[in-house]
Design a protein around this ligand. Structure first.
Ligand SMILES: NC(=O)c1ccc[n+]([C@@H]2O[C@H](COP(=O)([O-])OP(=O)(O)OC[C@H]3O[C@@H](n4cnc5c(N)ncnc54)[C@H](OP(=O)(O)O)[C@@H]3O)[C@@H](O)[C@H]2O)c1
Length: 347
């Protein structure tokens, strides 16, 4: 039987708009192949207005409006005065996708959006690492209690299957640790500095390409990386840890000289993201570390990312995402949508 999944988007920035573009391009093929249609029926933003249509919003018009004026057009028949709470309360919404801005202080209000959506009987997908870094244990327990699904593949390494891989293929394994390169901005800068650029020039180049956080300290001081480490530790270890509890050092003290010296010693400097557990003890760290050039993580260049996972039964393996773009983040949401559809078919 053909299924229509009604989606409510909280946030319509870079990721939300790319999701809309993918749906416009690919929806028809999926409808035939998977017998389901992903229909965006409500969008709520902070300052660009909101749209609602039970039969599906005109996504092309929504994108055109944003491109032309930066906001949804009040003349659009789908335009509504709709708060986030209103969206969460809409009875026809099946899945809420939370893609608001990261709040590194406490993960709010995104965590409350997710909590309220679950309590209102919605499955939830997010690419926002804040809620998973600060409240994963509580949110997952709530999802299980109310019988809803919470998925968040896009929070770490975009659509590269980190959480799905662990969930689907390692259910019998204990994960003892992980080590990775998880922040694009700092890895790009360290790659540029190793090739001879100054810190300032490398930062400027990264900013010109548009992937530095609007507050660069989130990247340079290791906060984004610490949020990812906390999210991984919470999911892999049930660690109940938050980003401020991660041992954190950014790259602001690293100079081109440091990279030159590392090179002479057959090493390169990387902002390593690590998490380990031993018994009930867990430890997470973000720190610039000189590593031998022969190690796999030393080969991760530019905006690419990688994660090595240490397990008891499946051994040690590394996954890499090569130069991910915004499309890969948006695709993580699609892959989570498919997971929800397939789960509901098994019930
Ligand atoms: N961009 C990436 O490459 C990437 C990769 C992985 C994960 N993520 C995560 O994905 C999420 C979205 O990223 P993005 O690049 O799309 O961000 P963005 O361009 O800044 O867009 C954020 C959207 O959320 C809305 N918003 C913020 N606070 C809100 C609130 N309290 N209530 C309702 N709407 C609110 C904003 O509204 P206005 O439009 O009115 O400002 C905007 O539409 C973030 O958490 C980010 O960390 C992004």
């Amino acid at each position: 039987m053909h299924k229509v999944i009604n989606i409510g988007l909280i946030g319509f920035g870079n990721v939300g708009q790319e999701l809309a573009r993918i749906l416009l391009e690919k929806q028809q093929g999926w409808a035939a192949k998977e017998s389901c249609t992903f229909q965006v029926s409500a969008i709520s933003t902070r300052s660009r207005g909101a749209l609602v249509n039970r039969q599906g919003i005109d996504l092309k018009r929504a994108l055109d409006d944003i491109n032309q004026s930066g906001s949804f057009n009040i003349e659009n028949p789908d335009y509504k005065l709709l708060t986030v709470d209103d969206l969460i309360n809409l009875d026809f919404i099946d899945v809420v996708i939370e893609i608001t801005t990261l709040n590194i202080i406490n993960g709010q209000p995104a965590a409350d959006h997710i909590k309220n959506a679950l309590l209102n009987g919605k499955d939830v997908i997010t690419a926002n690492k804040g809620p998973i870094a600060f409240y994963y244990g509580d949110l997952q327990a709530l999802a299980e209690k109310v019988g809803q699904i919470l998925l968040f593949e896009g929070t770490v390494m975009d659509c590269t299957p980190v959480f799905n891989l662990v969930h689907e293929t390692l259910p019998a394994c204990t994960i003892n640790g992980f080590r990775g390169i998880l922040n694009s901005t700092t890895n790009y800068m360290l790659t540029e500095m190793a090739a001879g650029e100054s810190f300032e020039a490398a930062l400027k180049k990264a900013q010109e390409q548009g992937f530095v956080e609007s507050d660069p300290a989130l990247d340079l001081d290791g906060w984004d990386a610490a949020a990812k480490v906390a999210a991984l530790m919470n999911v892999f270890f049930n660690a109940d840890i938050t980003p401020p509890e991660i041992d954190r050092e950014g790259i602001t003290a690293i100079s081109r000289d440091d990279l030159d010296k590392a090179k002479q010693a057959g090493e390169t400097i990387k902002l390593l993201c690590e998490g380990y557990r031993s018994g009930d003890e867990t430890y997470g760290r973000v720190k610039p570390v000189a590593i031998p050039i022969t190690q796999p993580l030393a080969q991760i260049q530019g905006t690419s990312s990688a994660l090595t996972i240490y397990t008891d039964l499946a051994g040690t393996f590394t996954i890499e995402s090569y130069d991910p773009q915004i499309r890969q983040t948006a695709y993580a949401l699609i892959s989570d949508l498919f997971a929800i559809v397939r789960h509901s078919r098994q019930l």
